[in-house]
Design a protein around this ligand. Sequence first.
Ligand code: PHE
Length: 334
Amino acid sequence: MIDDLTLLTFESETAAAITGAASASALRDVEHAALGRDSRLVAARKQLGSLDPEQRRTVGKVLNDVRERLTAAVAARHDELARSERTAQLAAERLDLTEVPDSVVVGHAHVVTQTWELLEDIFVGLGFQVAEGPEVETDWHNFDALNIPADHPARDGFDTIYVNHGSPGSTLLRTHTSPVQIRAMLAQKPPIYVIAPGRVYRRDTADATHMPVFHQIEGLVIDRGISLADLAGTIEAFTEAYFGTGFSSRLRPNYFPFTEPSAEFDIQRPDGSWLELGGCGMVHPNVLRAGGVDPEEWSGFAFGFGIDRLALMKFGVDDLRELYANDVRLLTQF
Ligand code: PHE
């Protein structure tokens, strides 16, 4: 064992056995046989004493080197085996989350959210972009900039919920989505074609058709030469897209401080009956000015209507409160 040639053969054979070990336990066996207490290497080390000192040093060094190289080879093979075992384990335990088994009950968007998204899709299809504004608003955006000064009687009609922030009366929960008109004009130069769906708040007692928190969608168009005919055409195009053929719309004169002229718009069902949907009109010059838009150069129209009532209609529910009672027996039907 102690001569060079035998050592060399021993080393290369052991190295081959190490690389060939297919599992951690096979590797342990190879290691035990080649480097363990009863191994030939340890036996050879014991024979060193019979050699003369000069030889003992040389052969001792060779034995040490072989031992070190083989120990390193075992460690390397050990790492390799651990890595591939881990890869195999990961592959075996892999969960495919892209497939939902049929037995799992999948949830869905709330009926109001579904209606909101459908409205967005339709208006985006008509060329509008979706704008957003905060639900906690300043009284300037919600009222003053919309041509409703502090002493204006229209303020009473909004049953405003004020927030205890800043000077009294300066901060509120927006009572309609119309303040987004102002924010859109201040944020971008005309032409502007935006809709703004969102949550609004009023000091209202909940009943079948009212909730203190509800949803509106606002529309705003500012461009050169926009007229009432563009407004009527847009409402009509929306009516057909949302309700379907056989439905039509009409404008009825009304009053809003932020539009002039103003109108209420109604939808006529195929059976001839009418549904009051929302308010609209040509954007008042004071509102354009508040939004930094020159009324001499630009004109526009705005409209706004409730989303919740549309959701009720679409799904044939007759009490708004049902939609927010969170009774899954009702909600899972839609
Ligand atoms: N903001 C009005 C409301 O809440 C609706 C409206 C919007 C009317 C835009 C005219 C123009 O009743």
